[in-house]
Every structure is written in structure tokens, then in C-alpha cells.
Design a protein around this ligand. Structure first.
Ligand SMILES: Nc1ncnc2c1ncn2[C@@H]1O[C@H](COP(=O)(O)OP(=O)(O)O)[C@@H](O)[C@H]1O
Ligand SMILES: [Mg+2]
Length: 343
């Protein structure tokens, strides 16, 4: 869409696609001020003025185009556009070009992010294999060396090698573990999963923590791997309990397990009629800003002695059920939202 306008927004020319997109007759297009077509036109106004007065030859911004026909209760959404403002030979006039930002681009971004996550996992897995292979040799050699050692105090060193090799071994085993495929034995009830997690977490934190239930009992059963989902929800709930330490001490820590259904959700690239939403919400301090956009990556941890694998594992398990996990966090309210398609 292209229009030629004066700095006050009067339109001297607009091409045909303008009329089509705005749903206006040419006469109306040429009559009004261009700025009226935009929601929040102030930035555009300044930009047009700056270009017209020769401060820039060209400038770009993003804006939202209002559909004039949408006022009368018609729920049309504004159109997001890139706006490119250019000088013309004729001083006092500028060319405004609008390019619709396709809905697509958001989906593209999500897809790319998903690809990135996949690539990261692959990398971690390969790396884990590379570490695992020589570890056996290192540990075995240390053991042989220890047997040959005459001096007792020196075994302290071989013990360090053996212990550290074991620790690394356990770590790489956990990095490689989540790739078992789900065992689907039958239908599962999400509330059974929640109840099991509740019991486990309450056993670990018997005092000072309230684990609230907010269940939609009409949620149908679905095919899935019960053990995997318990592990996923457990990891998320345990994290919440861990960050609540202070409130647990004060006795006002609350974690809520909430289940709901959602309609017409898009997960990955597919659209589902019905999905399950499971929220694990806590009143803790929130996810530290510094790791907020990486918490699902392996080895990212915000606590001493953390492995940074809990959420990675949870995500893998939920993805194996074609679902997603998202996190929203602010001090006092953190919610992990698991979404899984229902039949
Ligand atoms: N509910 C939560 N509130 C605040 N921070 C959280 C929460 N859940 C997870 N986190 C942060 O995400 C990090 C990664 O979690 P996770 O992958 O389970 O690894 P780990 O628990 O071993 O650190 C945690 O260390 C913590 O900093
Ligand atoms: Mg954890």
C-alpha cells in the first residue's frame, strides 16, 4: 500500500490496495487525515514531520492500522504494519508505504525457537556421549593405580578421581536419560497425576506448605505415560517448593495445582479442538531475571547444588505428549502452564 501525504496527514494519492484494505471508497480515502487510520498515530506523525522537514531521508516504524469499518461492533482486529516513510522530490510531501506484518512472522519465530531447542538438545546429547566414553577408562585406570599405590595418603587423590568420575557419569546419564519413548499403557486421569505429585511433595515438605487443588473434574482421561507426567509435574512442583523456602519457614507458602480445558489451541504447528491445561502456581519470589528465558535449557540452574535438568526433563516429557510448557513469573506469582492436547 502506498500513499502520498502532506505533513498534516492530508492524502493526495493512495493506491488501490489502500482502498481495499481500509474498505473505503477513494473519495473517503482522499478526504480524511491519514493519521486517523492509525491507533496511536503520534509516532507516525513525528516521523512524517521529521522526514518532511529533511531530518531524515527515510524512516521506518511499526504501527497498527485501524479498520474504519470496524467501529460498529464488528470485531475486526487492527492490522499490524511496517510503515516506511520516504522523502519525495516535491518538498512538503512524503511517500508512506505500508507493508502488512503477516501473522505468519510470529509463527515463524516460534518455529525457529523450537528448532533451536531441538538443536540444543542434540548438541547436549552428543556432548554427553563424548564425555561418557572416556569416563569409564579414567575411572578404571584410577582404580588400577590405587591398587598399585604403596603409600596410603596418595589414595586420597585416586579417590577424588573416582568420585568425580562417578559424579560426571551420573550427570551424563541424566542428560541422556529423557530420550526413552513414552510407555502408553492406557488412559490416564490427570488428577491422579496431580494427587500423586501432591503426596510426594507434601512428604518432602510436611510443614508450612499448602498444596491447593483447583480441579476441573470434567476433564476426560487421555492416553499417555503416567510415570512421565508424574515426573514432569513433580519436577515443576518441587522447584516451586524449593524456591518457597522462606515462606515455608513463615508458614504461608502456597502452591496451587489447577486444571482446566482450553478450546482451539495451536501446539507446535497443529491445531487441536480441545486441550488440557495444568497450572502449577506458587507465591514465591519468581524466576530470577538473569535466567528467565533459559530455564528450560539443560544445566541452567538458579540454586546451589541444582542440576538444571528438572525443567528440561519436564519439557521433554510434555513434548512427548505433543504438549508445551510455558512459564509466567513475577515476584509473588509464578505459573508453569502445561498444555496437552485431549482427544
Ligand atoms: N517456581 C519457580 N520459581 C522461581 N524459580 C524457579 C521456579 N521453577 C524453576 N525456577 C528456576 O529455574 C531453575 C531451573 O530449574 P530446574 O531445571 O528444575 O533445575 P534445578 O532445580 O536443578 O535448578 C531453578 O534453579 C530455579 O532457579
Ligand atoms: Mg529442579
Amino acid at each position: 500500500m502506498v500513499a502520498v501525504i502532506s505533513p498534516d496527514g492530508r492524502c493526495v494519492f493512495a493506491n488501490a490496495s489502500f482502498e481495499r484494505v481500509l474498505g473505503l471508497a477513494r473519495r473517503s480515502v482522499l478526504r480524511g487525515s491519514v493519521f486517523e487510520w492509525f491507533i496511536e498515530a503520534q509516532k507516525l506523525r513525528t516521523t512524517v514531520a521529521a522526514v518532511a522537514s529533511n531530518q531524515f531521508a527515510t524512516s521506518r516504524l511499526e504501527a497498527q492500522l485501524r479498520k474504519p469499518g470496524s467501529a460498529g461492533g464488528d470485531p475486526l482486529l487492527p492490522i499490524h504494519v511496517h510503515v516506511i516513510v520516504n522523502q519525495m522530490d516535491d518538498p512538503g510531501l512524503v511517500v508512506v508505504e505500508l507493508v502488512e506484518i503477516e501473522q505468519q512472522s510470529r509463527q515463524d519465530r516460534e518455529e525457529r525457537a523450537l528448532g533451536q531447542v531441538q538443536a540444543n538438545k542434540e548438541l547436549i546429547r552428543n556432548l554427553a556421549h563424548e564425555i561418557k566414553n572416556p569416563l569409564g577408562g579414567i575411572r578404571g585406570s584410577a582404580q588400577l593405580l590405587e591398587m598399585e599405590l604403596e603409600s596410603k595418603p596418595l589414595t586420597e587423590y585416586t579417590q577424588v578421581i573416582i568420585k568425580e568420575a562417578d559424579r560426571l557419569q551420573a550427570l551424563v546419564d541424566r542428560l541422556l536419560a529423557p530420550h526413552r519413548l513414552p510407555h502408553v499403557v492406557g488412559d490416564l486421569n490427570i488428577h491422579e497425576v496431580c494427587e500423586r505429585v501432591r503426596t510426594l511433595v507434601l512428604a518432602e515438605f510436611p510443614r508450612g506448605l499448602r498444596l491447593q487443588r483447583d480441579y476441573d473434574v470434567s476433564i476426560p482421561e487421555f492416553r499417555g505415560d503416567r510415570e512421565q507426567l508424574i515426573q514432569a509435574v513433580l519436577n515443576i512442583t518441587q522447584n516451586a517448593a524449593q524456591v518457597l523456602a522462606e515462606r515455608i519457614h513463615d508458614g504461608d507458602a502456597v502452591i496451587t495445582l489447577r486444571t482446566r480445558t482450553a478450546r482451539q489451541v495451536t501446539l507446535g504447528k497443529l491445531r487441536y479442538r480441545l486441550a488440557l491445561e495444568l497450572h502449577v502456581q506458587d507465591n514465591g519470589p519468581g524466576v530470577p531475571e538473569s535466567i528467565r528465558d533459559r530455564i528450560f535449557y539443560p544445566l541452567v540452574t538458579g540454586r546451589d547444588g541444582g542440576s538444571g535438568l528438572g525443567l528440561t526433563l519436564a519439557q521433554t516429557f510434555v513434548q512427548q505428549h505433543l504438549g508445551t510448557i510455558e512459564c509466567e513469573s513475577e515476584p509473588g506469582k509464578t505459573t508453569f502452564k502445561i498444555v496437552i492436547p485431549l482427544p
